[in-house]
Design a protein around this ligand. Sequence first.
Ligand code: NAD
Length: 464
Amino acid sequence: MNAHDGMYIGGEWRAAAGGDTIAVLNPVDEQVIGHVPAGTAEDVDAAVRAARAALPGWAATPPAERAAGLAALRDRLVARKDEIAETISAELGAPLPFAQAVQTGLPIAIAGSYAELAASYSFEEKVGNSTVYQEPVGVVGAITPWNYPLHQIVNKVAPALAAGCTVVLKPAEDTPLTAQLFAEAVHEVGLPAGVFNLVTGLGPVAGQALAEHEGVDLVSFTGSTAVGKQIGATAGAAVKRVALELGGKSANVILPTADLAKAVNVGVANVMGNSGQTCSAWTRMLVHTDRYDEAVELASAAAAKYTVGDRVGPLVNAKQLARVRGYIEKGVEEGARIVAGGAEAPLEQGYYVSPTIFADVTPEMAIAQEEIFGPVVSIIRYEDEDDALRIANGTVYGLAGGVWAGDEAEAVAFARRMDTGQVDINGGRFNPLAPFGGYKQSGVGRELGVHGLTEYLQTKSLQF
Ligand code: NAD
């Protein structure tokens, strides 16, 4: 893979301040496919300075021009979509069709949505004798994870640029090649120097330096709850804006009147996509006691259709593999019953885990409470609707979920009582314009659509 040996700062690729590098591996065969520089606080400082210098000009650029820049960026991503999908497939291990359709196609559509929103959003309104202006927050420090490498970048960078902010991005160390391709696309568009900057590096070094930098006005982070809490505390102490998109343990609630086969099949598919490495995955399946055995049978049959290596890719790295296997072993120790998959390695090479279904899971077990981030579904039994709601709401998380019922109104009534940011009713499709984000410890703030744009704005009112 073609990798840059510098940082993209101030509109050019510059040599990194230090000499350390990060090796990028392909999780399918565990081979090194490239190296990127490991940024230091010095690189972060240079990038933040470039972003600050570019801020007044970009903030004053008419929204229509920013919209044109984002439309051009979308077009560059479209032009290079095959290369992007191949890169994501290589550094994340995602099967190519998934890398093309979801990992690449979706963020391209989202970049396009922000080109439209920048052009149509009203950055000014009249309230009585006041004019209220929506102004950019300033310099954004964006820290992204590896699970959807381009999507997580576009979710932050596109609305920030649309709002008139400038950005320093620190992408995940496992997937920096996609971030470098994104920087190339920005460069090809010819956005003003310093509007977008990229510093690759380790989280506790480059990431932390970015979160702590006094020249950053807003930190937008997606990743683990542990790091999110630390970033929230740092930002809070500095009275800095912060957006956190953290983990989830979302419930797929199958009410007694639901089409059981459909609800179970869609529920299993929801977790197996991206090998379970999706923060909004429905990793808990809640089924009424009367239909429980039937659901378990349907789920284990569904899991058998997900062939490892073909439809289900590996996990991103050896650490995630050990973590997911550890959870599977813990589930067995705690008394849950494996009805598909298990902790054994399905292939000799690569960080693969078999699609795994647990039955007889009770709500207090670790596999019912903690984010596993692998292809593992926990099926939990409930006695009645109140019991289902207690279980659904009974974790520290609240990111997403699903509700299935014979009657849509019944499903909606249940969904309204769930402490979670997004619920799909009877398999409702993902909407890239709908606000995405968490209740409780799943996060602070929203991404996507208008709600994602307003995260990067602050208001000023003038009185007449
Ligand atoms: P992580 O939180 O360590 O990494 C996410 C990003 O934060 C990366 O860019 C990383 O370099 C950076 N980072 C790490 N430590 C930092 C620090 N001290 N200061 C600033 N930035 C820092 O996540 P991980 O270790 O890659 O994954 C661990 C678990 O996190 C997963 O198993 C999963 O449960 C969860 N996760 C959630 C999401 C999500 O979309 N919500 C994505 C990836 C991982």
